[in-house]
Design a protein around this ligand. Structure first.
Ligand code: PEP
Ligand code: MN
Length: 346
């Protein structure tokens, strides 16, 4: 339920409503919007009729049910768009934020060269995997803490805030020491123990959509983070599994627009995992911006053919520059001469 306070509600009246929501067995979540204050009553097992009765309490405009199963993620509980600050880079504001870097951190030289390259090309954040979720146990699993240290160094040298994936609750504290933002990978979107733990950290979270998750399930996964106390969440569409095999995954750009229609959280698109094809990354990036994405996550490697993971979908630094140049006006037709020429096939 949502208690909409009237425009001239006093602090004391707001406090009273918060108190009554607690007494009725719900958790109060207060949003002070630009126009009015909203107090959401969320949780299970509370006494709804006591909240409904608050419609006649002083300072209350009305009391309405929350239409969606994801409550704190929906526009109803937060009428202004959320802008997530990642060490000074704002995701969800007027600028499209490009997060770029290698799939995995492989060495100091590899990371620093790539970080400097993507910065020069205009990326605002650096990515790089330290703990890698690989389909096979025989594939490169990431350098772990060594990679975290390198990511911190590359971030300090370039000034780009860094995001890296967390796969296990055990690694959360360590990763928080080094990274500016923690990524929940597609395969862990419904790892509820991990989501509950991440709800308690003071770092922003990049929540990827699971390869077979409904938009509703993705937003409910985000709800775990917000309900547990971390509202610094950015959603990431990275492609879903369909019958199509010509692309690695099917990037669902309608889901980007839909998530923005349903939620105040920023949404970024990952055309690298979403297509698996370097030649499509520019086109899909422009399309993602056109449908309202707040940012992009793109895999870049100084030498994709030598990459230890996802080389087949990674852009080299020159190709990334071309893509960045093409983003300035997503609706402008791209000339053949501007397209990345050297396509690394899987
Ligand atoms: C990644 O970002 O490198 C990654 C493993 O992504 P996803 O979880 O989307 O597969
Ligand atoms: Mn990858």
């Amino acid at each position: 339920m949502i208690v909409n306070m009237s425009d001239n509600a006093t602090e004391q009246q707001i406090e009273h409503i918060i108190q009554r929501i607690r007494e009725a067995g719900f958790q109060p979540h207060v949003t002070r919007g630009t126009e009015r204050t909203i107090v959401a009553a969320v949780g299970s097992g509370g006494r709804r009729h006591e909240i409904e009765a608050l419609s006649v309490a002083p300072g209350v405009d009305n009391v309405v049910p929350i239409a969606q199963p994801f409550k704190l993620v929906s526009w109803q509980t937060r009428p202004d768009p959320s802008v997530i600050d990642v060490a000074g880079v704002r995701i969800g504001g007027p600028a499209v934020v490009v997060i770029a870097g290698p799939c995995s951190v492989e060495s100091r030289d590899q990371l620093l060269e790539t970080a400097q390259g993507v910065k020069q090309a205009g990326a605002a954040m650096l990515r790089g995997g330290a703990y890698k979720p690989r389909t096979s146990p025989y594939e490169f699993q990431g350098l772990g803490i060594e990679a975290l240290k390198l990511l911190r160094e590359a971030s300090d040298v370039t000034g780009l805030p860094v995001v890296t994936e967390v796969m296990s609750t055990e690694d959360v504290d360590l990763i928080c020491e080094y990274a500016d933002m923690l990524q929940v990978g597609a395969r862990n979107m419904q790892n509820f123990a991990l989501l509950r733990r991440l709800a308690t950290v003071k770092k922003p979270i990049l929540l990827k959509r699971g390869p077979s998750a409904l938009v509703k399930e993705w937003l409910l996964a985000a709800e775990y983070l917000l309900a547990g106390g971390n509202s610094q969440v950015v959603l990431c569409e990275r492609g879903i599994k369909t019958f199509e095999t010509a692309t690695r995954n099917t990037i669902d750009l309608a889901a980007v627009a839909l998530a923005k229609e349903l939620s105040h959280l920023p949404v970024v698109a990952d055309p690298s995992h979403g297509t698996g094809k370097p030649s499509l990354i520019g086109a899909v990036s422009r399309a993602a911006i056109a449908v309202g994405a707040d940012g992009l996550m793109i895999e870049v490697h100084r030498c994709p053919e030598r990459a230890l993971s996802d080389g087949a979908q990674s852009l080299d630094i020159g190709q990334f520059k071309l893509v960045m140049q093409s983003l300035a006006d997503p609706l402008r037709p791209i000339a053949a001469s501007e397209r990345p020429l050297h396509v690394h096939e899987a």
